[in-house]
Write a protein that binds this ligand. Structure first.
Ligand SMILES: [Zn+2]
Length: 337
């Protein structure tokens, strides 16, 4: 077999099935090479059906580590309904520690709805949107800022035309317990996993669970709590699986909006960025956002960068070295529920 994607899972079967999605991809060192993407399916009777994915971008580790752990901890006898776990979705990107696949440059979260005879990333996207997603009621796709970006931990959903599905999405997002969340407005043709979930007719949940190409005790606990709260809220498990301490009731949720180019500060030339505002800080238009240095012209003073809009700082670039077009820092607008 030289194309397509081979799926070993029988979704109608009860019990535990572990295996690999296989994407044939002929390379120099191995003419019949297959990209092997781990997948676990647990099913125990009738009930809700949840898909958990991470590694959509390879260098976003909170979800990859926690879903790998969940695969080891979750016993089929402990669940009601079905759970499918895909912890390292774009496996070549994960193994390379990169956002995109080194094989085809594919950014999985820009590859939906995919192509069944396309590049490996396009074939994977096609399988996810057309085959895997529609077998579930709800999916959670775990992201973070990745190697180059620090991100305020938050959850995210896409606005839905279907009022019932939108209301259910908001209520599940609240149940995940983050202090901040986004309702994205990317439209029905979005090339993202959330666009794909909407087209597949299921509830899509996502979020930025940390960043920096690393994990911290805080981001791992936040990720564990979000996954546990979702599993418990859906009635798939009776008590938390991943969290090491009892989960308190979620606090208030601040909704955020990111909709204007002017909410970000973008580099307009090569330079080196020094942030002046911390993630989560409340800032006003005109406040100092950071400094832009020029290490090639040390006699030039660093440039002051100032926010163009009020808001809450949600992300900033971690790599000092920057090029024209790089987003250096972003604020989001707090909005009413
Ligand atoms: Zn991502």
């Amino acid at each position: 077999m030289h194309s397509g994607l081979v799926n070993p899972i029988d979704f109608s079967r009860e019990g535990r099935q572990a295996g690999h999605l296989a994407i044939p991809y002929s390379v120099d060192r191995s003419p019949y090479y297959q990209i092997r993407i781990p997948i676990l399916r647990l099913r125990n009777g009738e009930g809700p059906s949840l898909l958990l994915t991470a590694g959509n971008h390879g260098d976003e580790y909170e979800g990859e580590l926690q879903l790998g752990r969940l695969m080891r901890l979750l016993d089929v006898a402990d669940i009601r309904g079905a759970v499918t776990i895909l912890p390292l979705a774009n496996l070549p990107a994960v193994m390379a520690g990169r956002r995109c696949s080194p094989f085809d440059g594919g950014n999985l979260n820009r590859a939906f709805p995919g192509d069944p005879i396309g590049s490996p990333t396009a074939r994977l996207a096609h399988f996810l949107e057309h085959d895997l997603f529609p077998r579930h009621d709800v999916m959670l796709d775990l992201h973070s800022g990745g190697t180059s970006m620090a991100h305020l931990p938050c959850t995210l959903i896409e606005r839905q035309a279907d009022a019932d599905r939108f209301e259910r999405s908001v209520s599940l997002m609240r149940a995940m317990g983050a202090s901040h969340a986004f309702i994205a407005d990317n439209g029905s043709a979005a090339p993202t996993s959330m666009g794909a979930a909407a087209r597949a007719g299921i509830i899509g949940l996502s979020g930025e669970f940390g960043g920096g190409g690393t994990v911290t005790p805080e981001t791992m606990a936040f990720t564990a709590a979000a996954i546990d709260r979702l599993l418990v809220t859906l009635g798939i498990v009776g008590c938390p699986v991943l969290s090491r301490a009892p989960l308190p009731e979620p606090g208030p949720l601040q909704l955020l909006s990111l909709s204007r180019h002017s909410q970000g500060i973008y580099a307009n030339r090569r330079g080196w960025f020094e942030p002046a505002a911390a993630l989560g800080a409340t800032v006003s238009a005109g406040d100092l956002a950071g400094w832009y240095h020029d290490l090639e012209r040390l006699e030039q003073p660093e440039e002051e960068l100032r926010f163009a809009e009020d808001g809450i700082v949600i992300s900033h670039r971690l790599h000092c070295g920057s090029q024209a077009g790089d987003c250096l820092i972003q604020v989001a607008e707090p909005i009413a529920a």
